[in-house]
Design a protein around this ligand. Structure first.
Ligand code: PHE
Length: 343
């Protein structure tokens, strides 16, 4: 066989080498002591001296070429093997979990509260984050310069001529709803409220309230008490205790604050504790309420003598904090996943 043919054959075979076993075979066939090149070199001794001088270097040159190509191939196969080993796909390994979103504790609390009131026939209405001075105060029987306005530390917007505010409570919707609807009705109005206050563990400039309003011909404090008692029992369990204490809000008469005692104590966890008094048997104020003031009916276009009703405003953050034993309201607004992922 001539050298050219041998070279072509060897390179063709090397191109087909796919793995370590092929490599080994190739090496044995061409490059080993009994391989084809060695046997050609051995056979040179039978040739005349001038041919030997010509072919000898050619064969040696061929051996160097094949050896070089062989080494390259070996390196290629080694890297491929390494890659295969390190990137092997283990189909039995557990998959990567895609994190699930979940609801914020305020949303969870609000949905539960809405569900309870809906089960008692209340309809859900929504209001506006930005309100007029009229609906926030005047129509609620809180005239300008009345000292009661100080109770609502209000963010006033720089608007003219109408004075707008970030609503400091959800009560403006009492008027807006009654202007457009006739009794009898029961509504709740959940929403975000804002007050110009320093923040601490129990105060936030932004918070949530839920207004309630029920109007009919013969509505009494007894009806109010029954509704709220039912609400608290459904939310906190049968053992919950409530009490009503006299209080003052210009848009109700009489007015009261509702306090509750929460006997069962859910397990504490990081950032949740006792400081809100959850299980310590202390009375906690959770809402303001009262019988709708005749002037509020008048402002809404009703004839006051014909209608009676009760109104209440629940602090949703407060309820969420009690329900989940959260001891700092700021946790609800700081978006810390270590905290939020607990819900
Ligand atoms: N709007 C009152 C507040 O923000 C709460 C309230 C609502 C009181 C309805 C009485 C009746 O403090």
């Amino acid at each position: 066989m001539n050298i050219k043919e041998l070279k072509d054959k060897a390179f063709k075979e090397l191109a087909n080498v796919k793995n370590s076993a092929d490599l080994e075979n190739f090496k044995n066939k061409y490059l080993s002591r009994n391989g084809e090149i060695s046997s050609i070199l051995r056979s040179l001794k039978d040739l005349p001296i001038n041919e030997r001088k010509k072919i000898g270097p050619e064969v040696n040159q061929l051996r160097v070429e094949i050896q070089g190509a062989f080494e390259n191939k070996r390196k290629n196969i080694q890297t491929t093997n390494y890659k295969l080993q390190t990137t092997q796909l283990d189909i039995t390994a557990p998959g990567i979990k895609i994190p699930h979103g979940h609801l914020h504790p305020i949303t969870l609390t609000l949905r539960k509260i809405e569900e309870i009131f809906q089960s008692m026939g209340f309809k859900i209405i929504e209001g506006f984050d930005i309100e007029t001075e009229y609906y926030s105060f005047d129509a609620l029987n809180i005239p300008q310069n009345h000292p009661a306005r100080d109770a609502w530390n209000t963010f006033w917007l720089k608007t003219k001529p109408e004075k707008l505010v970030l609503r400091p409570h959800t009560s403006p919707m009492q008027i807006r709803f009654m202007e457009k609807n006739n009794p009898p009705f029961r509504i709740i109005v959940p929403g975000r409220c804002f007050r110009y206050e320093a923040t601490d563990a129990s105060h936030s400039h932004t918070f949530y309230q839920l207004e309630g309003l029920m109007v009919d011909r013969h509505i009494s404090i007894a009806n109010f008490k029954a509704v709220i008692e039912q609400f608290l029992k459904k939310l906190f369990g049968e053992d919950v205790k409530m009490r009503m204490r006299p209080s003052y809000y210009p848009f109700v008469e009489p007015g009261f604050d509702i306090e509750m005692k929460y006997p069962a104590s859910p397990p504490a966890s990081p950032n949740r504790g006792e400081s809100l008094g959850g299980s310590s048997g202390k009375w906690l104020e959770i809402m303001g309420a009262g019988m709708v003031h005749p002037n509020v009916f008048k402002y809404s276009g009703y004839v006051p003598d014909e209608w009676q009703g009760f109104a209440f405003g629940i602090g949703i953050d407060r309820i969420a904090m009690l329900k989940y034993k959260i001891n700092d309201i700021r946790l609800l607004y700081s978006n810390d996943l270590k905290f939020l992922n607990q819900f």
